[in-house]
Design a protein. Sequence first.
Length: 318
Amino acid sequence: MALGDLDRHPVCPPYQGYWALRLAGIGVVESIKHPDRAARAQVAAARECGFDGYEMAWDLFAPVQALGCEIKFLDSGTVSTVSTIVDSPEDVDRIRLPDLRRDARLQSSLESVRLIMEMDGANSFLHATMSAPFTLVGELRGLENLLLDSLSDEDLVTSMLEAATDCVLGYSREYLDMTPDMVSFTDPTASGALISLENFRKYSLPYVKRCSDEVRSWGAKSMVRVYGDDRLEDTDSIGADIYSMDTAVSVRDACRIVRGALLGNVDPIRFIYSGRDSDVRGEVDRILSSARERGFILGAGGDIPPGSPLANVKALLR
C-alpha cells in the first residue's frame, strides 16, 4: 500500500504491537508460542482503529536472548534484559550473528509476519521494528557501562557497534525476505537525555544510516526515530524515507528541516494512555495545524502503552 495515495493524512501508530496483544488478552509468552494468535490480534486492532499502516514485527530485542543474555518476560510490553554478555573487551567476540534458524522468538515473529501479510498485506503499509545498533549494544553491555565506555573507550564502543550492526542487518534481512514494506530502526539509548550531540554523531548516526542505506538498497523503505529538536538536521542526513518523531520534537521545526516524510507525534502517555478520546482529538488537531499537507503521517510519539483505552487509539483517526 502507498500511504501517499490517500486523500487525507494517513494514520500509523507506529508502534502498537504490545498494545494490540494486551487488547486481545494475549500475553507476551503466549504470543511467541502461538504466532497465529499474535497475528490475528494485530490485524483485528488495525482494522478496528482504521490504521493505514502498522508494525507487523514488534519484538525488537529478540537478538538479545539469542546472543546469550538472560531475559525476563513480562505480562505485557517489551521483554526485559536481566544479564549482559559483554563484561570486558575480550567479550566483544560474543556479539556475532547467531544461527537465526534456532532463534525461537525470531521464527515465531516471522510466522506472525507471514500470516499478517497473508491477511492484510494488500491493504496496509506494514513494517518490522528493529533496535538500532547503539541501543542493542546497551542491552548487551549494560546501559551504564556503555555510557561510561562512550566517554572513555571509543575503540571498544566502535568494535561493539560494528558487530551489533551486522546482527541488526541480519535480522532485518530475515524480515525483508517476507516482503514487508519497511524496516523501522529505533534508538532510544541515543536520545539527548542519555548522550551528547557529539556522541550521537559518533556512535548512533553513522550506524543507523548504514542500516537505513542497506535496507533501501534491498528495495524496501526505512524509518528512523527522531529524539529531540537538536538532532533534526543530523537525523535528516540519514536519508530515510520516514522519520518517526518523539514527543519532544517540534512538528513545525521538523516540517521545516526534514526532507523525508514525518510521522507523529501525539504523546502516548499523556494523551493516549492517560487522557480521554476528546483530549487525543484535540492534540491531533493541534499537531495537524503545524503539519505539511503531504508527507505527514499521524501517529503516536512512541510506543502505544499496553492498557491504553481503545477509544483513545481510535481517536487518532479524525
